[in-house]
Ligand binder design. Structure first.
Ligand code: HEC
Length: 107
């Protein structure tokens, strides 16, 4: 009995570990939620959104730009890309958003 409780908690710990560690690949689902909240006022972040600002490049278009990568997308987000917008996103969030944008490549 004792042993099975120990095993159960070990299993739970292992299951929780990936959620706690920062994934080098980012978490696209989390990035999508952040993007909807912080980026959707200007960008079409899904490819299906009614364009609020038609001149601004959509996320699926960004995903298909030449040379786009996890690193380049993180770097772009680290610059205040328009003067008024200086979102102070964490590195992890930038990575999540980058993962989400990259996931749109095929769409
Ligand atoms: C207030 C409007 C606005 C918001 C909010 C906004 N952007 Fe942008 N974004 C723009 C505009 C305008 C451009 C084009 C800027 C340019 O060409 O210099 C741009 C360009 C970009 C580019 C570069 C595309 C390229 O041509 O290389 C990326 C990547 C990007 N935005 C990501 C994001 C992300 C991620 C968020 C949310 C965290 C976000 N943006 C929020 C207006 C916005």
């Amino acid at each position: 009995m004792r042993r099975s409780i120990w095993l159960t908690s070990l299993t739970l710990l292992l299951a929780a570990a990936p959620a706690l560690a920062e994934s080098p690949d980012g978490d696209a689902a989390a990035g999508r939620e952040v993007a909807k909240r912080w980026c959707a006022s200007c960008h079409d972040v899904t490819g299906h959104q009614a364009h609020v600002q038609p001149d601004v490049i959509s996320f699926p278009e960004i995903a298909r730009l030449k040379g786009v990568s996890m690193d380049s997308l993180i770097a772009i987000q680290s610059m205040p890309h328009i003067p008024m917008l200086d979102l102070d996103l964490s590195r992890r969030t930038k990575r999540d958003i980058a993962a989400y944008i990259l996931s749109l490549k095929a769409k």
